[in-house]
Design a binder for this molecule. Sequence first.
Ligand code: SAH
Length: 350
Amino acid sequence: MDELCGFTFEEFALWMERAGEKRFRAAQVFDWIYRKGATSFEGMDNLGKGLRERLQASLRFPLIKLVSIQDSKDTSKFLWELSDGKLVESVLIRSFDRRTVCLSSQVGCPARCAFCASGRQGLMRSLSTAEIVEQALHIDRYLKEKGERVCHLVYMGMGEPLENYDAVLKSIKILNDEKTLHISQRRMTVSTVGISPMIRRLAGEDLSVNLVLSLHAPNQHLRKKIIPFARKYPLDEILTSMDEYATETGRDITYEYILIAKINDAEEHAVELAALLKDRQCTVNLIPYNPVEGLRLERPEKNAVSIFRDILQAKGIRTTWRYTKGDDIAAACGQLALQTAETPLIGVGT
Ligand code: SAH
């Protein structure tokens, strides 16, 4: 059975035509789900009963079911159950009038970063295009009731987006379309652990999404220890592919650096990082490690973070420093779904 939210508008219009229907019917269905918040075909009262029944019988929608919403001051964590019973999460981040949704691209993650909760269970499976699109769609519907809408997307939830390349790319195109949520690509950000061939491929797609590399170390030797997955991809190749992305798209590149006490937060790491990124058009985003239960890592003192930042800035590297939002509900990216994943519901042994 086809997944409704896995279709671009053009594909769905063709699908309708093949089913012997007029093209405008496709626009009506998209209007119902992406604008009017319909969650079933039943209520689409400008479609005939026969058509509604045929759609119901041949299209899967909705695919993901809301299990719970956990609110904190400026974030809300949405837990979804997929049709095979697996669980995945998204986070809504409120900042002034900006509403950002952090999307998951896989259940679990193959990267197994030392500081991250998502990778601890390993990769279970990739999400389909529709499972990614529906996270944004249902949160947008939730916001509409409050007169708000999703305006930014970050692919920073569970999983490695570039390991699920086709579905992620298609979800970008669908969510960007004016017949859906119409979110500007400039307001979308893909965050990757660094898969150089896939970064180069993304650079050739004629997109204008922002790209973030989860760097976390100033050299390959230390990086491999923090990110076992990085063994396969030499750092110099990753940086070259990031440069290529910046040149091809004209978008700024961000390097994310999680500071972990006594591992990668020393002054010499900052000096080495500044040398690595010298003359590169980029911003470094420093994030103090957000404690994950069961991991014996520590967040650095505030002072260590500001010394690290000052060294980078003195060497001309643009640096931002954000406090991770949502610690109180474990909604920080990388802390998603583990708590529930440890219950027998989906039978994962960690
Ligand atoms: N696989 C992709 C996207 C998912 S992780 C990637 O590696 O970029 C996205 C981000 O989650 C990481 O860069 C990191 O900033 C954040 N993250 C994960 N675990 C964290 C933790 N314990 N503390 C702070 N940030 C964390």
